[in-house]
Design a protein around this ligand. Structure first.
Ligand code: NAG
Ligand code: NAG
Length: 215
């Protein structure tokens, strides 16, 4: 939970009341997330080179979860906090990894890599669940997030045709990686440089090719 506690500071005889946002990322999360990051550094090889050019897989539109979604949600969703976003992130990407794994035949050269990545992801998810009190996961989600959650867990056959998208495996993992840095930035920040991983432009430096039109 993000807790809003109040710090009262005495400053030159003035009392200032400043809200202090306590970080929702438990430090125990950092080790498993960095392990995921290590795997992700090989994604070009395993998610691009080992696939036919322009190979795409069919995913639910809610499985396209990018930095732009996060910034929009932060602006527009009432009752949203970081923990809710982190829960959603795990929910989205467990499905994405499952889908990538599902299209890979047993002997595909990217299969062991993907299976390992999924295992690491599950480890991180287990630590995430353990590092928060169980009640937190029973709390109601903000309505908009609840709707997204419902569509992610809906049976594929009940989904309208219009809710499917095609995405390359590499682009899905790029999104996974960037949103992970943003939502768990405490685990990826560098002491010297203050990076804003949630900033879409952070990823655009000199890489016009990656620019995507946003709706
Ligand atoms: C992710 O892992 C790669 C390779 O191990 C490393 O070079 C990179 O700095 C890591 N990224 C972050 C944000 O820690
Ligand atoms: C992210 O935004 C795109 C539109 O830009 C939308 O299709 C997709 O469903 C959104 N993802 C989530 C998780 O809401």
């Amino acid at each position: 939970m993000v807790q809003l506690s109040t710090a009262v500071c005495l400053l030159g005889g003035l009392f200032l009341i400043a809200p202090v946002l306590m970080a929702p990322t438990h430090s125990s999360m950092c080790t498993p997330l960095r392990t995921i990051n290590d795997s992700l550094s090989h994604r070009r090889q395993y998610m691009k080179h080992n696939f036919p050019i322009e190979y795409t897989i069919k995913v639910h539109n809610r499985e396209i979860f990018r930095l732009s979604n996060i910034s929009r949600m932060r602006l527009r969703t009432e009752g949203l906090n970081e923990l809710v976003l982190q829960r959603l992130w795990f929910q989205v990407y467990q499905g994405v990894l499952k889908k990538i794994l599902w299209v890979l035949p047993t002997r595909h050269p990217s299969r062991p890599y993907t299976a390992e990545l999924e295992r690491r992801f599950k480890d991180a998810q287990a630590v995430f669940m353990q590092s928060h009190p169980a009640q937190v996961f029973q709390e109601d989600l903000p309505e908009k997030i609840h709707d997204i959650w419902d569509s992610l867990t809906e049976k594929p056959e009940n989904m309208p045709e219009s809710s499917w998208r095609f995405a390359t495996p590499k682009s899905l993992l790029d999104n996974l990686c960037r949103t992970m840095y943003c939502l768990f930035s405490e685990c990826f920040s560098n002491a010297d440089v203050q990076e804003d991983y949630c900033e879409v432009s952070h990823w655009r430096k000199g890489r016009k090719k990656d620019m995507q039109p946003e709706s």
